[in-house]
Design a protein around this ligand. Structure first.
Ligand code: FAD
Length: 452
């Protein structure tokens, strides 16, 4: 197996989409570069790479697509970065049992294309579908845009294979469910490379839907739209996609259909059987109407669907040393969400140049909120300081309101200060105990999840 040691590749392997790292001075970046990068093509080579690092007392940092947004691939001690992109491809498509097994370095869009050609879908459509690997999506506990129908990654994983810190292979029984005690594979979903390196996953897949309908619905307030989403659950008519944009973020969507509006926008997406979809759409529109929701038609919904992977605003917002943009996702129960939105928006006044916000993942009990911030400072250091102040406001606002400070990007380096408060002292101690048992030499991604 080749080890790569060029400075450019080392830098590339610690640079994800975390806005903070773009503001770091060069010395700080140089101090965090890995010793080397391994690019295994087989599971055996992953084991060899882990042993190589173990023998040298280096850390192991799993590297997927580097689409993480929180610095989860930035080492804090001498490390071997294990780049998983060459361990790719479908191992087995078990059409009879609606399962697909693929190597962890496969990009999510490649798997989706493979499945679509065979009439199936994974149903996982994160906005980063082209940029993220299957291993990374599992390791960060990701969510896709159609999560109300297909669930999040934890609902899709049936089996996970890992190389553990000692080099042995972990895998679990290939069954849809088992009541045989706590489900150990769940420990690895959201583990961010701290317990081992994911090499293979078996995922549940669905038939491609027969019909797809997308709609825009205009509301007077976030609260009206949020309570309408709750009503979808009460009436058992939940769309696959429910997105609720505040007026500032909605503006760009309205502009696409040449509409000027200062109101809240809901995008509803209903996908499924030919016989069911039109009726569901009718009921969604009727339910929305009861809280003043105005049907804008299909064009604005279809437009969202066609451009849903576009994230130009994120690149543009971070292009200069003096500007920063980020999407910070939190969540709460239905009764918490309107208050959380108000509290956080108010506290951000004067701190941000612009605040977009949307809900995009709904559950019977509540939903997430994305706070999308655009801010600026005098120079790199000032902008980074402002960025960290904004994070503090959002995390404290979410936790004080009774919500969660992390919906689906994971913890990485940026969220670490709030991790223990969120999970609680007891959970944290349990996690530390597990880390000691699984990785006694603290080889895997030291420091992440606050695990020493
Ligand atoms: C434009 C944009 C849009 C995004 N939209 C979404 C979205 O809609 N939903 C969403 O959930 N996220 C989204 N993200 C965040 C990001 O795509 C996810 O966090 C993704 O899961 C990261 O996968 P990756 O392969 O790029 O992992 P990386 O960034 O390479 O790594 C992320 C973390 O996972 C660990 N890791 C990676 N591979 C493995 C492995 N094989 N085994 C063990 N640990 C591993 C790394 O060590 C690191 O801690 C978005 C990001 C961007 C830039």
């Amino acid at each position: 197996m080749n080890f790569i040691t060029t400075p450019e590749e080392k830098k590339k392997h610690i640079t994800d989409w975390w806005p903070a790292i773009k503001k770091w001075p060069e010395e700080e970046i140089a101090a965090r570069l890995p010793q080397a990068i391994a690019a295994p093509e087989t599971v055996r080579e992953v084991q060899d790479a882990v042993k190589y690092a173990y023998d040298r007392d280096w850390a192991v940092v799993p590297f997927g697509g580097a689409s993480g947004v929180l610095g989860g691939i930035v080492p804090e001690k001498p490390a071997l970065s294990i780049d998983m992109q060459k361990l790719t491809g479908v191992v087995e498509f078990d059409v009879d049992n609606h399962l697909v097994t693929a190597y962890a370095g496969m990009f999510c869009l490649e798997l989706e294309n493979y499945l679509n050609e065979r009439g199936f879908t994974l149903g996982h459509y994160p906005q980063s579908i082209e940029l993220a690997t299957l291993g990374g999506l599992v390791a960060t506990k990701s969510s896709g845009t159609f999560s109300s129908k297909y669930g999040n990654i934890e609902n899709m994983v049936q089996c996970v294979e890992l190389v553990l810190p000692g080099g042995e292979i972990f895998t679990n029984r290939n069954v849809p469910r088992s009541a045989a005690g706590p489900h150990i594979p769940a420990l690895f979903i959201g583990s961010e490379g701290t317990f081992g390196i994911i090499t293979k996953v078996t995922l549940k897949v669905w038939k491609l839907p027969e019909r797809r309908e997308f709609r825009g619905i205009e509301f007077d307030s976030m609260e009206d739209a949020i309570l309408t989403a709750r009503e979808f659950y009460r009436r058992d008519i939940v769309p696959a996609v429910v997105r609720i944009y505040n007026p500032a973020e909605a503006r760009g969507h309205y502009a696409k259909i040449n509409r000027r509006s200062g109101k809240v926008l809901m995008i509803a997406g209903i996908v499924g059987a030919e016989t069911v979809t039109p009726e569901l759409l009718k009921q969604v529109l009727l339910t929305s109407e009861k809280r003043g929701g105005f049907d804008l038609g299909a064009e604005i919904g279809n437009n969202w669907e066609q451009h849903r992977y576009n994230a130009d605003w994120l690149e543009e917002g971070n292009a200069k040393d003096t500007t920063v943009a980020d999407a910070i996702e939190v969540s709460g129960n239905w009764t918490v969400l309107p208050k959380m939105y108000e509290v956080v928006s108010k506290r951000l006044e004067g701190k941000v140049d612009e605040l977009w916000a949307h809900c995009s993942h709904c559950y019977p009990s509540g939903a997430n909120i994305y706070f999308i911030i655009f801010a600026s400072g005098k120079d790199k250091a000032g902008t980074l300081q402002k960025y960290n102040e904004i994070w503090k406001i959002i995390m404290e606002g979410a936790l004080e309101s009774g919500g969660s400070g992390a919906h689906h990007h994971g913890i990485g380096r940026q969220r670490l200060p709030w991790f223990r408060e969120e999970i609680g002292a007891a959970s944290y101690e349990i996690l530390r105990g597990i880390k000691k048992a699984v990785d006694p030499k603290n080889v895997f991604n030291p420091g992440l999840l606050g695990l020493e």
